[in-house]
Design a protein. Sequence first.
Length: 337
Amino acid sequence: RKHKASGQAVVTIAGKDYYLGPHGTAVSRRAYDRLICEYLQRDRRGPAKADAITVAQLANAYRKFAEAYYVKNGKPTQQYENVRLAIRYLVPYHHVHAIDFGPLALRALQTKMVADDLSRRTANDYVAILKRLFRWGAGEELIPANTAQALTMVPGLRKGRTNARESQPVAPVSDADVDATLPLLPQVVADMVRVQRLTGMRPQDVCNLRPCDLDRTGDVWLFQPAEHKTKHLGHARVIFIGPRAQGVLLRYLARDPETHCFSPADSEAKRLAELHARRKTPKSCGNRPGTNRKAKPKRKPREKYTTDTYRRAIHRACDNAKPKIAKWSPNRLRHTA
């Protein structure tokens, strides 16, 4: 609007007046566009005073940013969960002004992480997230750039130079343990294990396998997962499937190409069919197939396995073994391959 006393264009944002130059000129319109763009970039918040924003306010703003940024297929990724866990360590400093949070405060949190028995790698990851949080705040002009830059002076924990616990590398699982587990698994899960052991693919890849993702034109099939953990970096992923793994997969390919090959719904249907085949009670007595099912059960078998349900099926089989087998996770099959 026009400020009558001075003849300048003026706009009020978050209770503060900004003078833009002579009213009606191109200069004033460009200044107006710039201020509005910055206002929208700050999510309709006025410019923050660097000496007023607290660590809690900065952390909450970054958490909201991470919630929208670290998303894959409409769901938050593990990185967002890591951000939440790292931010919890800032609780003792919530009421401190963000510009007063310096390298000594970050080193104190680093020491607290070691005292909490976090591994050296996890502690370094959390410290890196906190540095990224303040760097983001500087980029949003919520804090001065030198506040974030000072935190980069805090080095990560070095192996052999700290009391932090070292995480154990993922070890391969022995063929003997895998072979002992296979008979105790449902047929669908057992075939998932066989395919993964033969190809060395990740658990996520075997869960997401669909007929449409396979190139079966050559002697060796090519599997290009539609989703994988480095897709957002622009990396392509191709998994080679040889004759032995092809033999396992063949029985799962006669389906809608867009559906997943390994389905908990199929596994449950096979289990019920086996129970019915072993039935000794005459059909005229007891429940007939399908008569004792709830119309709206609370839980239904899903159309695809997740890495969690895949792992739990293996752990359940290990617990049911006699003698018990040491629990192993499907990610170890990749290291075995």
